[in-house]
Design a protein around this ligand. Structure first.
Ligand code: ASP
Length: 515
């Protein structure tokens, strides 16, 4: 009897991606429902209200103030609820001419929720399975911190001496900086040509600004502490164990590089057991990735379907030209710039390069996290592209932490977009300031979802664009984060291949066991 053969893992992931998107869009979150928890006679009740005609909040302050919404304003209602909650204003919520799920036969002329404790979209089956995806991301992220420590230490130690360390380090950092500057320039060009901000209607602008103000305040708060001198000081961990415990990537990178470098100077007998320990650890962690990746199709399916089902597609329409400017820029950089780099600095065929890293790209896309993708990227570069362990162990963890071309490109587009919406013309000096600050900001961006948006605040400040403007792009950030993470990790792989070729530390072709 013939056994049915399962498709290869990367094809399974691709199928999961597409199936997840379809599943998510079928079971998308109903925009006419709200799940509300409130206290009724001191008991916590959770109900789902449907098809309200009017939804309102009464602020219970000296002169009561009422805020009203119509049946189409689910997002606005949730965001107003959040900001009322966070400002500690006493309020009551109410719905007019609504239904309660499970009792659809009776229309309620008015329903008051005295002490509402939470208000959110109703969960769909697709968002209900998100936890499976969360486990998958956690498994990958769990590996990232020890992997950065182990592989960077071994990577730096195996470079042998200070001269080689400086040479390879210099090449790597130069590649990273140059590609980042090219990325931002492509972003600026794309935004200046497409001019997405000029296509936005005034009402849309007002609506977006009002929906997301609450969330924006939190992001601005997080970003205001940014100070370049302090950032440099913060590179050095006070305590490497606490840096590891808190996942402070850039501090872990600093410590591991130093540890590896000094190990290469310590006498062999003493250094070897330490290096062997980290070597064994990094090897084991990469093996662990192989096991975790068996779960990838299910994890990817769950994550994509939850994201798609929760995503408000109307926002995509509203920000269509902005999204196009970002995605087009990312595409040109990923396919264009990296192809030129691979062609110029390596002997790998472009097809093989992109085929070799597609698994990592799919994981970057679904997890939106360079850190979570690092283990997979290392596996792809070593097994599929033949990059030596010492180069991939050095270049990739460094890249995952400091090289974010996609993020920098997106920040360029976003800054120009917001300026255009606010009617600010950016001159050459301002655009160059964006190139400079976005390069620095992308180095400081933590390799986890959504941080690029927080760092954008720093760039907007530097050129005098109103920071509240990030409210305009918040609703679409998650999807663009997925796309920019693909570029971020592809850039790391392209540089790893180029540096490995220049150091003759590549064994190509090795495209045999690509799974
Ligand atoms: N999610 C991105 C990454 O991990 C960072 C960002 O742009 O927010 O690469």
């Amino acid at each position: 009897m013939k056994r049915m053969k399962l498709p290869k893992l990367h094809n399974q992931i691709l199928i999961a991606l597409i199936a997840g998107a379809i599943f998510g869009s079928i079971f998308n979150v109903n925009t006419k429902t709200l799940s509300i928890s409130y206290k009724s006679d001191k008991v916590n009740v959770t109900e789902t209200i449907l098809n309200w005609e009017v939804f309102g909040f009464i602020k219970m302050i000296e002169s009561p103030d009422t805020i009203l919404f119509n049946s189409k304003q689910q997002l606005e209602i949730i965001s107003t609820f959040k900001s009322l909650k966070s400002s500690d204003t006493p309020f009551q919520a109410f719905a007019v001419n609504c239904y309660i799920k499970g009792e659809e036969s009776s229309k309620l002329p008015i329903k008051v929720f005295k002490e509402a404790t939470s208000l959110s979209k109703e969960k769909s089956i697709a968002t209900g399975i998100k936890w499976i995806g969360d486990i998958f991301i956690r498994l990958l992220t769990m590996i990232a911190v020890p992997l950065v420590l182990a592989s960077l230490t071994v990577g730096a130690a195996s470079l042998g001496d200070l001269k080689k360390f400086a040479r390879i380090g210099g090449k790597t950092i130069s590649f990273y900086l140059i590609t980042t500057v090219i990325a931002i320039s492509i972003g600026l060009l794309s935004a200046n040509i497409i001019q997405p901000g000029k296509q936005m209607a005034v009402e849309t602008k007002e609506r977006l600004l009002s929906v997301y103000t609450g969330e924006v305040e939190l992001k601005i708060e997080k970003a205001t502490d940014y100070n370049i001198i302090q950032e440099i000081v913060n590179l050095v961990p006070k305590n490497p164990i606490s840096a590891l415990a808190n996942g402070e990537m850039i501090q872990i990178v600093f410590f591991s590089l130093l540890l590896g470098l000094i190990l290469s100077m310590v006498d062999k007998d003493r250094a070897s057991p330490v290096i062997n320990f980290f070597d064994g650890l990094s090897e084991t962690l990469i093996r662990m990735v192989n096991v975790i990746m068996l779960m990838a199709p299910i994890g990817v399916f769950a994550l994509i379907s939850a994201t798609v089902s929760e995503f408000g597609f109307d926002i995509l329409q509203t920000l269509f030209w902005y999204a196009i400017a970002v995605v087009l820029g990312l595409f040109i950089h990923t396919v264009g710039t990296y192809s030129i780099i691979i062609k110029t600095f390596s002997k790998i065929k472009l097809r093989d390069f992109f085929k070799g890293i597609r698994k990592a790209q799919a994981i970057g896309f679904t997890t939106s996290s360079s850190a979570a993708t690092l283990p997979v990227n290392m596996e792809c570069c070593q097994d599929n592209l033949g990059v030596s362990k010492s180069i991939s162990g050095f270049v990739l963890p460094l890249g995952a932490t400091i090289n974010m071309d996609g993020t920098a490109l997106y920040q360029g587009v976003a800054a120009v977009f917001i300026a255009q919406v606010f009617g600010i013309e950016l001159n050459l000096i301002q655009q160059l300031t964006i190139v400079f600050t976005a390069t620095l900001a992308s180095i400081g961006t933590a390799p986890v979802p959504g941080v690029g948006l927080i760092m954008l605040v720093v760039i907007l400040k530097a050129v005098g664009i109103p920071e509240e403007g990030i409210a305009l792009i918040l609703g679409i950030d998650r999807i663009l984060d997925m796309c920019r993470t693909v570029t971020n990790i592809s850039g790391d792989a392209a540089v790893a291949v180029s540096v490995a070729t220049s150091e003759k530390e590549i064994n190509y072709p090795v495209m045999n066991k690509m799974a």
